[in-house]
Design a protein around this ligand. Structure first.
Ligand code: IPM
Ligand code: MG
Length: 364
């Protein structure tokens, strides 16, 4: 097949891990005879340096011509939080990108990686069968609701508003039921309906839609309980459906089950096959430029792109299985290394990418 991919390299470790993702993309092209045209799109730090803007108009125009986007993490060091280059990059680049392309359906998968199970801070018997998809609403809720800065009686009062409409909930709920239907047919809606009005609407709308999905078992959980259950008994979950903010928090928590946030990719989708694929972690300034960052989340982002935007399930599986077998052979990036592992099998970012490519090329 032919497709055009827009690449936003991101900041700090972004370009290093995206280079490995691209390497893997090239292997897939060669092995399966596809053509993935690539176009590099300027955003975040590099765009700010050149144009004084984090998401210039021409980036959006070029991105619209693509079939899918592959993105590295955006953002700077925590100590530079007030520097104009980095302050508000979330509001200026990340959120507008999601909103502009109407990418309301954010999928974050947490699946036990057997060769790395010992990295989990949770007991092995609890995490051995984890396979969860978090379906996070991504273009509404408190992230996009009305924000206010007021001074009342000489005191600053700032507020953010959690707002959801029926249609915003129903479109993501349908996506979640469809996913659950292809998996273990269990959907857990996570909200806070004992306190929040908007959560009551989530319950009402999702229960209504569940009537069309009699084959999927719908459960409800308050978010505080869900965050506890994710640690106590994570294998009870199949698909979790939740709002923007709760999904942000729960997906970081879920990544802990695997022992490293460097392993988790995400897909952000809308109504078409166009999607944005990116690691869920940040730009890790302290380890940038040293060839030690873990490229797995970026490489797995390519696997998700092949699956969701291009319907290339076989190619996607090849990537996932190749990563798995490289890890099974004991190869690690530094972040995955623990005492007792074979030091000679610790690889740099680029060497890890090479190993994965080699596996893809020799696999059946
Ligand atoms: C994520 C990130 C973003 C979010 C930030 C960087 C705006 O934490 O993708 O999980 O909160 O959505
Ligand atoms: Mg987050």
């Amino acid at each position: 097949m032919r497709a055009k991919i827009g690449i936003l390299k991101g900041d700090y470790i972004g370009p290093e891990i995206i280079a490995e993702a691209e390497k893997v993309l090239t292997c897939i092209e060669k092995k399966f005879n596809h053509q993935f045209e690539r176009t590099y799109l300027e955003a975040s730090g590099e765009a700010f340096d050149k144009y004084g803007k984090h998401l210039p108009e021409h980036t959006i125009i070029e991105a619209k011509k693509c079939d899918a986007l592959l993105k590295g993490p955006f953002g700077g060091p925590p100590e530079d939080i007030n520097h104009p280059k980095w302050s508000g990059v979330e509001q200026k680049a990340i959120l507008p990108l999601r909103k502009h392309f109407n990418l309301y359906n954010n999928l974050r998968e947490t699946k036990t990686i057997a060769p790395l199970i010992h990295l989990s801070p949770i007991k092995e018997k609890i995490v051995e069968n984890v396979n969860i998809v978090i379906v996070r609403e991504l273009t509404s809720g408190i992230y996009f609701g009305q924000k206010k800065e007021e001074i009342i009686n000489g005191e600053k009062i700032y507020s953010d508003t959690e707002t959801y409409s029926e249609s915003e909930i129903s479109r993501i709920a349908v996506k979640a039921f469809e996913i659950a239907r292809k998996r273990r047919r269990k959907l857990t809606l996570v909200a806070k309906s004992n306190v929040l009005k908007s959560s009551l609407l989530w319950r009402e709308v999702v229960e209504r839609i569940s009537k069309d999905y009699g084959d999927v078992k719908l459960d409800y959980m308050h978010v505080d309980n869900a965050s506890m259950q994710l640690i106590l008994n994570p294998s009870q979950f199949d698909v979790i459906l939740t709002s923007n903010m709760f999904g942000d928090i729960l997906s970081d928590e879920a990544s802990v089950l695997l022992g490293s946030i460097g392993l988790l990719p995400s897909a952000s989708l809308g109504d078409s096959t166009f999607g944005l694929y990116e690691p869920i972690h940040g730009s890790a300034p302290s380890i940038a430029g040293k060839n030690i960052a873990n490229p797995i989340s970026a490489i797995l982002s390519v696997a998700l792109m092949l699956r969701y935007s291009f319907n290339l399930e076989n190619e996607s599986k090849h990537i996932e299985e190749s990563i798995f077998s490289v890890l099974e052979e004991g190869f690690r990036t530094q972040d995955l290394f623990i005492e007792g592992d074979d030091l000679s099998k610790v690889l740099g970012t680029a060497e890890f990418g090479d190993k994965v490519c080699h596996k893809i090329m020799i696999s059946d």
